[in-house]
Design a protein around this ligand. Structure first.
Ligand SMILES: Cc1cc2nc3c(=O)[nH]c(=O)nc-3n(C[C@H](O)[C@H](O)[C@H](O)COP(=O)(O)OP(=O)(O)OC[C@H]3O[C@@H](n4cnc5c(N)ncnc54)[C@H](O)[C@@H]3O)c2cc1C
Ligand SMILES: NC(=O)c1ccc[n+]([C@@H]2O[C@H](COP(=O)([O-])OP(=O)(O)OC[C@H]3O[C@@H](n4cnc5c(N)ncnc54)[C@H](OP(=O)(O)O)[C@@H]3O)[C@@H](O)[C@H]2O)c1
Length: 469
């Protein structure tokens, strides 16, 4: 009998979870389908594969990653840890709870570095079109080799879409914005806050990007940082020099009028206004059309396209949990493909979706949302052989993180958390985040001697005496 053929589109953490899931079944002796993974970048890692580029890449494709040079994990690593490849296993010693970007790329890469997974990935190859054939119930996937500029088509029995949904910016407009003389960029194109030193910076938005890019700007010496919210203020007790105002009403040159009547002048604007789900390689009847939320519609168990259950999505939800959620999804999808898990009838799937959509609509607090996502993951793991982990303990880590941020948005990354996978308490990073200016893996893993200024900063008596002068 001919082997099934599976296409995975995207080799970020979700696509890699799918590769790892099949690999783990194969290692255990299972016969697995033929797998081809298409990745439009030259390397894997998705968002974590940093690019200095903005706009269009070297192949003329939209740049995928929205990450910036000095991005550090914004949630504890203990909340995203793989259940079957721990930080202890990767680093061989405890590391701190909020690693910088390069360190997390290394962890993602490390899980597959010694496997044959890379042989299955066609890099610099963009999916251009996916067509489903009713008669054979198969898909034709057309891709472009970006280096040779040649297109080719192949047949597949199933398609896994793992292209992420934080790559196409949502860019609103505001009256008079064209008169603003300073720089205007979307968070997707933001690469570093050094340029904001001594500038008055406006972040439009009130979610993770606004919070973190705002704090980056503060760290790099912005003269002032203003965050503008549409629905709800973040509400932290911001450090001096940072403030929150309601939505921008209009621009008038470098003056910005806010809906509460306040007016401020700015030198730079960052639109932290989120992203849109966009799947230019899919016909509309196969593509998610949803705002960014924890239960996008049309997906059974958050992964199976209800209208065509041979098409799957990984990582399509808004994310509290990340890497271990993608794993739970990938293991479940793999088991459906290997016929180890049974796919219910269309009617039963619709009823299941309805139950979860109702639960989703009833959520009203952050704590409820994170518990909802934990329950969602538990349901997936219950239906596969991914190692179950203490999801309630991870919920508590998330809630502690939310509290830590409220307490002090400049110091929450200095806190330590305990791994629910290994019981290991994280290390304390050698330098407080606000003073750490080198985000490299090398620096992170080093044990640097404190320089004279750092010693003085650590000596409270010296700091007090300077403050009272
Ligand atoms: C600015 C930012 C910061 C973040 N910080 C954190 C954090 O601190 N901690 C955390 O846990 N999560 C963070 N995230 C969440 C992030 O979404 C996940 O960690 C993770 O990267 C999602 O994995 P993914 O594989 O689903 O998508 P992605 O990482 O987006 O990967 C998708 C892959 O698909 C490829 N692709 C896209 N289109 C095509 C195509 N047509 N053909 C072929 N390949 C294609 C892309 O090149 C990419 O490699 C952050 C996200 C953003 C945007
Ligand atoms: N590691 C890190 O430090 C880090 C940093 C940045 C981002 N991230 C990740 O990146 C992902 C995306 O985060 P995100 O903050 O970019 O997007 P997001 O969470 O989807 O938030 C989008 C924000 O834009 C606002 N918005 C949308 N349209 C608007 C409009 N027309 N006018 C004003 N405001 C508008 C929304 O406000 P409403 O509430 O009114 O809709 C919301 O505050 C998340 O997974 C996050 O964890 C991580």
């Amino acid at each position: 009998m001919q082997k099934q053929r599976i296409a995975i589109i995207g080799a970020g953490p979700s696509g890699l979870a799918a590769l790892r899931a099949f690999e783990s079944a194969e290692r255990a002796g299972a016969e697995v389908p033929e797998i081809v993974c298409y990745e439009k970048q030259d390397d894997w890692g998705g968002q974590w594969n940093y690019s200095w580029r903005t706009g269009i890449d070297q192949y003329g494709e939209p740049v995928h990653s929205s990450m910036y040079r000095n991005l550090w994990s914004n949630a504890p690593k203990e909340a995203l840890e793989f259940a079957e490849y721990t930080f202890d296993e990767h680093f061989g010693r405890p590391v701190s709870s909020y690693p910088p970007r390069e360190v997390l790329w290394d962890y993602i890469d490390g899980r597959l570095r010694s496997s044959k997974a890379k042989d299955k990935v066609k890099f610099a190859t963009a999916a251009r079109w996916v067509q489903h054939h009713e008669d054979t119930d198969t898909f034709t996937v057309t891709v472009e080799d970006l280096k040779t500029r040649t297109t080719s088509s192949s047949e597949f029995d199933r398609v896994i879409v793992a292209t992420g949904h934080f790559a196409y910016p949502n860019v609103p407009t505001f009256e008079g914005i064209e008169t603003f003389p300073g720089s205007i960029e979307h968070a997707h194109d933001f690469r570093g806050a050094e340029k904001f030193a001594d500038q008055r910076v406006l972040m439009i938005g009130s979610s993770y990007s606004a919070e973190d890019i705002g704090v980056q700007a503060y760290k790099m010496g912005a003269r002032s940082v203003t965050l503008s919210y549409r629905t709800k203020a973040i509400g932290h007790d911001w450090p001096q020099g940072m403030e929150e105002l309601p939505l921008v009403e209009r621009f008038e040159g470098n003056k910005v009028h806010f809906v509460n009547g306040q007016v401020r002048e700015f030198d730079a604007v960052v639109m932290c206004t989120g992203y849109i789900h966009n799947y230019p390689f899919l016909p509309s009847d196969l593509a998610i059309d949803s705002p960014n939320n924890v239960y996008p519609s049309g997906l059974y168990r958050g992964v199976v396209w209800q209208e065509n259950p041979n098409l799957y999505y990984l990582g399509a939800q808004d994310q509290w949990f990340t890497f271990n959620m993608f794993d739970a999804q990938a293991w479940y999808v793999r088991d459906l493909i290997l016929d180890r898990a049974e796919l219910p009838s269309a009617g039963d799937r619709a009823a299941h979706i309805q139950t979860w959509v109702k639960r989703f609509h009833d959520l009203s607090t952050e704590a409820e949302e994170v518990r909802f996502q934990a329950d969602y993951i538990r349901d997936l793991i219950d239906n596969s052989d991914y190692p179950m982990f203490d999801l309630d303990a991870v919920v508590e880590i998330f809630l502690a993180w939310v509290r830590d941020k409220k307490e002090n948005v400049l110091t929450y990354r200095d806190k330590q958390h305990r791994s629910v996978m290994t019981g290991t308490m994280s290390a304390r990073h050698h330098t407080p985040w606000i003073r750490e200016l080198d985000d490299s893996l090398q620096r992170y893993l080093s044990q640097p001697e404190k320089d004279e200024i750092e010693k003085m900063m650590d000596d409270e008596d010296v700091v007090k005496s300077v403050r009272t002068k």
